[in-house]
Design a binder for this molecule. Structure first.
Ligand code: GLU
Length: 377
C-alpha cells in the first residue's frame, strides 16, 4: 500500500494535473487505437474533473497510428519525413478519438500542437501559457501533442515525457503523471533484473537516481524510456510540480493508482516556490519598470502589475523577457516576465487599462506583468 499522501495525486492536493499517455498504451500492435482502454482513462478524467481537478492531457500516438495507415516501415520512424507524414496522418485520427471519447462524458476537448520552440521562446511560452490558462478556465480539457509534422530534428522535443513536463511548467500545474508501460522507477531494469525494486518517492534526482535509467523505449513504439522520464522529472520538479511515473497497463489507471496501485513520485523541489525561484534566479534582466508606491503595495499583496502603476520604463526588451520591478527609492522589489515589448510598455506606462487598446491598436493583455510570472525578491 502506498504511503505517500500524494499517491494517486488526489484532487485535494493536486488542483491542476497534466496526464501524459505513451504511444504503446494508446495504440495496439496492429496500429489501432485501444479505444476500450482509453474509455476507462477518460472515465478517470471525468471523475477527477467532477472532484474539482483541472486536467490537461499530453497524448502521444500520432506517429504509431499514422504509420500503420500509411503502411510505413519501422513504425514510421525510419526517417524524419516518414515520421512527419505519419504524425500528420495519425494526429487527425487521434484527435477525433479524444474528442469523441471525452464528449461521451460531456467534456469538451481542445487540441494544441506545439514544438520545442513554442515553449523555449519566451514570447511564445507566454502565449501558450495564456492559452492553456484560458482553456482550463473554460472547463475544457486540452489535448496536446508535439507538432511533429513541421518540427525538424533540431527543434523537436522528440519525446512527450519532456513535452509533458514543459506543459506542466507553462500551465503552472501542480503535478504531472506519466502513464507508461512501466509502473515506476526501479533500482534496475525490472524487465531483465528480478531483484529490481520500485522506489516510491524521490526527493532529489542525484547521480544514483539518474544511473537507474537505462534509456530506450521498452515498447519500441514511443521514443521515451526511463532517461527521458528522469529528464522530465528534472524539468517538472525544478518548476515546482511533482511528477509521477505510473502504469497505464491497467484499466482506469488513475483510479487504480489512487486505490493503492504502484507508482513513483518525484517531489517538487520546494513546492510552488521553485517556479518563482527559477524566475528570480534569472541573471539577465533586460529592463526596469519603476513603479509608484500604490503599485508596490499591490505587488506586496500578491497582485499583478498593471500599466497604471508604472512611472517609467528603462531598457530595450521583448515580450517575454525578464525585467526588474523597481520601487521609487531604487530597490528591486520583484522580477517577472513582461507581457509587452519596451516600445509598447513605454506607451502604456501610467495609463489606465481601458485606454490601452486605443493606444496600441491591438487586443490588450490584461496586465503588464502577471503575478504568476513574477517573483518578489
Ligand atoms: N509525438 C509523438 C507521437 O505522437 C510521440 C513522441 C513520444 O514517443 O514520446 O507519436
Amino acid at each position: 500500500m502506498a504511503t505517500n499522501a500524494l499517491s494517486g495525486f488526489p484532487p485535494a492536493l493536486v488542483r491542476r494535473l497534466v496526464i501524459k499517455i505513451g504511444s504503446a498504451l494508446l495504440v495496439d500492435p496492429a496500429g489501432e487505437v485501444r479505444v476500450d482502454w482509453l474509455r476507462t482513462l477518460v472515465a478517470d478524467v471525468a471523475e477527477r474533473k467532477t472532484a474539482g481537478q483541472q486536467v490537461i492531457i499530453v497524448s502521444s500516438g500520432a506517429i504509431a497510428l499514422g504509420a500503420r495507415r500509411l503502411k510505413l516501415p519501422k513504425g514510421g520512424r525510419g526517417s524524419l519525413e516518414d515520421a512527419q507524414a505519419a504524425a500528420a496522418t495519425g494526429q487527425i485520427a487521434l484527435s477525433q478519438c479524444w474528442a469523441s471519447l471525452l464528449a461521451e462524458k460531456g467534456i469538451t476537448a481542445a487540441q494544441m500542437l506545439v514544438t520545442l520552440d513554442d515553449l523555449e521562446n519566451r514570447r511564445r511560452y507566454l502565449n501558450a501559457s495564456a492559452t492553456l490558462e484560458r482553456l482550463v478556465a473554460l472547463n475544457v480539457v486540452p489535448v496536446i501533442n508535439e507538432n511533429d509534422s513541421v518540427a525538424t530534428t533540431e527543434i523537436r522535443f522528440g519525446d512527450n515525457d519532456r513535452l509533458a513536463a514543459r506543459i506542466g511548467q507553462a500551465a503552472r500545474a501542480d503535478a504531472v503523471a506519466l502513464l507508461s508501460d512501466v509502473d515506476g522507477l526501479y533500482t534496475a531494469n525490472p524487465h531483465v533484473d528480478a531483484s529490481a525494486m520500485l522506489i516510491e518517492t524521490i526527493e532529489t534526482i542525484d547521480a544514483r537516481i539518474a544511473a537507474m535509467a537505462d534509456g530506450g523505449s521498452a515498447s519500441g513504439m514511443g521514443s521515451g524510456g526511463m532517461v527521458s522520464k528522469i529528464q522530465a522529472a528534472r524539468i517538472a520538479t525544478g518548476a515546482g510540480a511533482h511528477l509521477a511515473i505510473i502504469s497505464g497497463k491497467v484499466d482506469s489507471p488513475l483510479a487504480h493508482w489512487a486505490n493503492g496501485g504502484k507508482g513513483s513520485i518525484f517531489l517538487a523541489a520546494q513546492g510552488k516556490g521553485a517556479r518563482k525561484g527559477w524566475l528570480a534566479g534569472r541573471l539577465t534582466t533586460r529592463g526596469r519598470l519603476i513603479v509608484d508606491a500604490g503599485a508596490e503595495k499591490a505587488l506586496g499583496k500578491g497582485n499583478s502589475l498593471l500599466p497604471a502603476g508604472v512611472a517609467s520604463v528603462e531598457g530595450l526588451f521583448d515580450r517575454g523577457d525578464v525585467v526588474d520591478i523597481v520601487a521609487q527609492d531604487g530597490r528591486v522589489i520583484a522580477r517577472g516576465l513582461i507581457e509587452y515589448d519596451s516600445a509598447a510598455a513605454v506607451k502604456i506606462a501610467g495609463r489606465r487599462s481601458e485606454e490601452i487598446a486605443a493606444l496600441l491598436g491591438e487586443m490588450p493583455r490584461s496586465v503588464l506583468v502577471h503575478r504568476d510570472h513574477m517573483a518578489m525578491v
